[in-house]
Each structure stands twice: as structure tokens, then as C-alpha cells.
Design a protein around this ligand. Sequence first.
Ligand code: ARG
Length: 461
Amino acid sequence: MNEGKPLWSGRFAGNPAADLMRLTSSIEVDFVLLPYDLAATKAHARALEKAGLLEPDAAFAITDACDEMEQQVIAGELAPSPEDEDVHSFVERILTERLGETGKRVHAGRSRNDLVATDLRLWCLDAAAGLKDGVADLLEVIARLAETHATAVMPGYTHLQRAQPVSLGFHLAAHGFALVRDGARFDHAIEAAGTSSLGAGALAGTTLPIDPAVAAGELGFSNHFDNAMDAVSDRDFACDLAYASALCCVHLSRLGEEIVLWTSSEFGFARLSDEWSTGSSMMPQKRNPDVAELVRGRAAPAIGELTSLLSLLKGIPLAYDRDLQEDKALIFSTVARTAGCLEAIAKLLDSLTFDGDRLEEAAAGGGAWATDLAERLVRRGVPFRAAHETVGRLVKELETRGSQLTGLTAQELQGLGFEPGDVEVADPSRSIEARNGPGGTAPARVLEQVATLKAAAAELR
Ligand code: ARG
């Protein structure tokens, strides 16, 4: 063995520059792949054994050494050295140091190209499962709050102008449904990563009689590659996970933004707890929503990492190119950030105290009854455009007088084309109850939505 030299040193007369190794090594980033690299190494040893290329004793010794290595790293008794180019080189060095010839035999029919793709697929499978858990945790918080607040009226907005009354439960449930889709996207990412690349070799398979199904089965993959060249160059599974993460972060960012608005003095819909507020170093009165702002802000790098990953792939020729080494830092940080954002927003949301009176007062104001009123005219046979016009005139009249709908007399209402009983549209609770079609705001409908959210959360576990 070329002690202290790279795995590929054989065809070179001289050593690589010390600076080259420092500038190209990936061990600091990819060492987290160690458990997956060890699992893949054990699976490959088994495939070699089945192919008659490794004696059962040797395969056992490799498995044993891999397990020991993992324990020692966890215990802090073993760590990579600067000469290890990446996690794969580290594993091979330790196996060779400990098992001699046997250690040198495990890389037959294998390349770091199929190995790193397999390691990363395994990592993505666990990462996506973890994110699904995070989504389920947040969904449970949202479902619980939506249930509690199914009858708590608040204004619904378009263009950030009061539009129609909704309930807080309905509004929160809307965020929940975006998360249900995120969960489905993480499921898709799991499906995309679920193919083993091991056995593809550097790019074109191997002359050795190794069956890729053996390693795939050992690793729990549902299938293995169809084309060796695709197997080493495909990073679609990482893009799928990065996209699912980025869109999830975008959803969390929108929720974060609403928390920022709701907890402002201008809205006053909710109050941040002491535990989940931050203060100002200068302004003693401040109670700041930094957690929500950071979740909003952290969607930016998540979007950036997805873009970086796609850009990384767009111009590289098949099959493996070293550019691909840069995929790991991107996907690792995107997943860690998404998990953090899911946890932060779940805890923040759970800690909010909503101000029911303030929500109700806001729901009743701003003419949010206008659409309901137009729809009453429609029920009486008035074409919607005409009804819209009639209600529009009423709104203008009230604005001019500076009065409320409930302040009009029966005669005044009739004079404007309405019936005296129409004032009841001004009651936001009636209004949300009246929108009782599927997916509507009626509390019974919101409870149906809550049940869907709870079922989706359970499904993600
Ligand atoms: N560290 C490399 C990566 O992350 C492993 C594969 C290296 N392969 C090679 N042919 N140099 O992509």
C-alpha cells in the first residue's frame, strides 16, 4: 500500500502537492456520511462474497472492522487525519491498516463514484424521514390550534386589505394544507433516493460477476440502477430533496411573516410569550419576533442552495465530475436549516396568545360583510354584477356618512335596495357559519379540515 498517499497514487511518479490535497479534500464536509459509507462497504463485501471474490471469513472481518470503526468514531477514539481525502479514503485506510490484504480487497468492482452516490442516497433517505417528522410535529400544533380556534373570527385578507371574515382556525388550517403537500414532496424525495447505485463502478459497471441486487438488498433499497453511467451522475434525488426543503421553507416563511404581522401593535392579533420573544439592546419596551423573522430570512439560503445544486449539475458531462463533490455541503445545510425552521415555527406558534376580542373587532370592521350582502341579493334573483354595484353604493354612502351598516334604519336600508334583516351580515360569526360548502369557513367544515390535517400528520410518522 502507498502509505500516506492518495488511493489513486499508483500511476504517478511524484506525490501530489500538499496544497492540492488541502484545496480539494472533502473530508470535513463528508465525514457525516461515515455510517452510510460503512453500511455500503459491508453491503459490497457481501456482494463480493456472493460473487465468490471474497471468502466468508474475510467478509465477516470487514463487517466487524466497519462496526468497530463506527463505535470508535462515536466514542471519539478514532478520527480522520489530514491525509484522508474524503470519508471513503478514510474507511479504506483504516480497513487496510487493520486487516492488511483483506482490507485492500473490498474496493474490487467499486469506485468512489458509485459509493458516494449510494452514501448520499442513504443520507437523503434518513434526512427526508427526519423532515417528515418535523412536518408532522408542526402539523399537529397547527391542527390543535385550528381546532381550538374554529369559531374565533378574524378578518381574511387579500392584498393585505380586509376582505371577508374567516376564523383563526380556518386561516391556520390553510397553512396546514401547504405542509401536507410538503410532506408528500418529502415522500417523493424518499422514492427518488430509493435506488442503489452500488455496483455501477466508476461509470460503466465491472467485469467482475457482482450482482448489484445483493448490495441493494443489504442496504434496504427497493431497487438498483438501470444504467451504470446514470447511477454515478444522477443527483436528481438530491435536487428533489432540496426543492421539497426550499418550498417547505417558503411556506414556513409565509407563516413567519404572518406571525410578525399578527404580533405587531398595528394588528395586535396575538402576543408573543416571554420565552419566545427577544428584546432590544436599546429600546426597553421592545418585544421582538426574531424567531419568526429568522424563519422568514432562512428561506433565502434554502432557495439559494436549490439554485446552486441545479447550477452545479447543468453543465457537467456524464458521468462523474469532481464538481459533484460540492453537492453535499449544499444539501446538508439545506436539510439542517429546514429542520431547524420547522422546529422553531412549531414552538413559536404554540407559544402565541391570541386576542379574541381584537380579532373579532377587526373581523367586523372594514366592510368585510359586503360580499355576503351582495350574495343575499343574488339569492333574490339580482344578477351578481348589479348586486355588486348596489352594495358598492351602500359602502360609499356609509363612508360618506361615517356610519356603520348596523347604524342604518330599516327605511334607509330599504331605500338603498335592501331588506331590514340584511344587517345580520354584519355579524362575522354568522358570516363564517354561512360559508358552509366544502373547504369553507363554517366551524363544522374547519373541523373536517382539522381531521384531514391530523390524519396527514399521522400518515407522515
Ligand atoms: N469526494 C468525492 C465526492 O464527494 C468522492 C468521489 C471521488 N471520485 C473521484 N473520481 N475523484 O464526490
